[in-house]
Design a protein around this ligand. Structure first.
Ligand code: FES
Length: 103
């Protein structure tokens, strides 16, 4: 069963960009990609950098610290120096709100 947590307004997720929100003490990043919303951890798996300070191009977020790239839909680490994938979270939109399943 899924446990949905209200995270933010759908309007607060920028198109083709990223925003950070703390949800139940966890720092998450929300991305607007092609009209869909995706959620991942906001802290890079390589070092202590915030992906919300990085650069989103298509579905790839570039870490601001060493320019590692993750696919925000799958969490997959796409290039060096990243070796560990990023955790992603299921998202649903209901009545203009974005909900995440923190699992
Ligand atoms: Fe993100 Fe190094 S901290 S690539």
């Amino acid at each position: 069963t899924q446990l949905w947590t209200d995270a933010l307004a759908q309007d607060a997720v920028p198109d083709e960009d990223v925003t950070a929100v703390e949800v139940q003490g966890r720092e998450l990043a929300f991305y607007g990609v092609g009209g869909q919303v995706y959620a991942t951890d906001n802290i890079c798996t390589h070092g202590h950098a915030r992906l919300s300070d990085g650069f989103l191009e298509g579905s790839e977020i570039e870490c601001p610290l060493h320019q590692g790239k993750f696919d925000v839909c799958s969490g997959k680490a796409m290039c060096a120096p990243l070796t560990v994938d990023l955790r992603t979270y299921p998202v649903k939109i209901e009545n203009g709100r974005v909900y995440v399943d923190l699992g």
